[in-house]
Design a protein around this ligand. Structure first.
Ligand code: TRH
Length: 411
């Protein structure tokens, strides 16, 4: 797009001054400050739990570096968790360069550091006090972005890009919301997404897992979800069903709900279990691009949280969202808000089926009753998924929208 061609980030964002502290103990010789380009954007990621916080920040950081020529410092407080998502990163290094991004361990006390031209607080995480003071001293002041959670609720459009002044310092932050329409920041999608998908071979993918291509009546399902009694109920139904179901389950929180179906207490990556019509294959946790391939290969994708939920929408195959649980069932309102946007364009039976099944899945009961109609709606959902993802593209792409917003703020 034109924005990429016209935008010269190095010229717009002046090179940041380096740390005034001596190099950190973990700094490898290849990463001495004189060899690495100065970071220009700082992204702060506090890992709350699971993989979504790091997942979104890592994806954004890589895109900013690879597609927009921005030097990114990604500050992560829990490097051990991050290493699951970024397999080539090392948990013991305070500073490391991975895939064009400088990953830094966010420690307390925080080092004395000149802020970049843009500072992103991911998911409203608090920034270190000393760093905020340094932001206030910087001339010009950094653009301070509060990158929020994805929500389909109507109020988001009214809050996207809103400024909020700092109570004490001459700074203001801007709220930046991912979203599903042009009134929001859009969703992350790498520039090479379509090219990667065009090159993707399902046959090679299945061969790599040592699985035959699916039989004509078989359903291939990826299952990334939180623990829920609904999972056992559904697997049991599939086991007894008239047609084969092969279920690819990434290792993690769901496994204790899967094991009892096979009379086991423990499952691990590499296990393959077959009982009646049901085959379950446990997968290792893979790098993000490989996870996309799983979503492209399967007929139905169970996803969760935020980032895998977004990836399932780009994959445009039928999907089921296990939403992250919030206090006072606030998540159920978010679920309904998404469904209210997603349903238009679906025939009434399919619209009802997707609503009933998603609600049963998220409430943890009633999936067996909701499954037959949902199963029947899969062809309609497959067609709808294509139209839905095409519509999402019209909202624009989040990294690009963010770059443009910051450019406008700086000028
Ligand atoms: O892991 P999640 O449940 O993450 C979150 C967090 O709980 C977070 O606190 C909360 O705010 C958020 O949900 C809503 O789900 P999510 O967001 O889908 O993140 C998973 C990431 O892991 C995503 O980037 C995809 C990636 N992934 C892989 O890279 N490889 C894999 O094999 C799998 C299964 C996932």
């Amino acid at each position: 797009m034109r924005i990429v061609e016209e935008f010269q980030p190095r010229a717009v964002y002046p090179v940041c001054a380096q740390s005034v502290s001596p190099p950190f103990p973990g700094l490898s010789p290849a990463l001495t400050l004189s060899h690495s380009p100065a970071p220009c954007w700082d992204i702060f990621c506090a890992v709350v739990d699971n993989f979504g916080d790091v997942g979104v920040c890592w994806r954004l950081a890589r895109q900013l570096a690879a597609e927009h020529g921005i030097a990114v410092r990604l500050w992560i407080d829990d490097l051990k968790s991050a290493c699951r998502l970024v397999p080539s990163a090392l948990p013991g290094l305070d500073v490391q360069q991975v895939e064009g991004v400088q990953i830094r361990h966010w420690t307390a006390p925080f080092p004395d550091m000149e802020p970049g031209a843009v500072v992103i607080a991911a998911f409203a995480c608090g920034l270190p006090d000393g760093f905020v003071e340094a932001m206030a001293r910087r001339d010009p002041k950094p653009v301070w972005i509060n990158l929020e959670y994805l929500s389909a609720e109507d109020w988001v459009a009214g809050c996207h890009r809103l400024p909020s002044p700092h109570p004490r310092l001459p700074l203001r932050q801007h709220f930046f919301f991912p979203g599903l329409d042009r009134q929001t920041g859009g969703l992350l999608r790498e520039a090479d997404y379509d090219a990667r998908r065009a090159r993707f071979s399902p046959a090679d993918f299945w061969r790599g897992l040592d699985l035959l291509p699916p039989a004509p009546d078989e359903l291939r399902v990826s299952l990334f979800c939180y623990e829920t009694p609904a999972l056992g109920e559904l697997l049991e139904l599939w086991r007894q069903g008239p047609t084969p179901v092969t279920c690819l389950v990434p290792e993690g929180r769901a496994l204790p709900c899967v094991a009892p179906i096979f009379g086991l207490t423990d499952l691990r990556a590499g296990d393959r279990l077959v009982r009646d019509a049901l085959t379950v294959q446990i997968l290792p946790f893979v790098a993000q691009p490989r996870y996309d391939e799983l979503l492209w290969a399967c007929d139905l994708n169970f996803v969760r949280g935020e980032d895998s939920f977004v990836r399932a929408q780009w994959a445009a195959h039928p999907f089921v969202w296990h939403i992250y649980v919030q206090d006072e069932d606030a998540h159920l309102e978010k679920l309904d808000a998404f469904l209210a946007r997603f349903r238009p364009g679906l025939e009434p039976a399919a619209a009802e089926a997707v609503t009933a099944f998603w609600q049963a899945w998220n409430r943890g009961q009633g999936v067996a009753g909701a499954w037959p109609a949902f199963r029947q709606a899969l062809p309609a959902l497959a067609a709808h998924g294509k139209a839905w993802s095409a519509g999402l593209r019209e909202a624009g792409e989040l990294a690009q929208n963010l770059v443009q917003f910051c450019k406008d703020e700086i000028e």
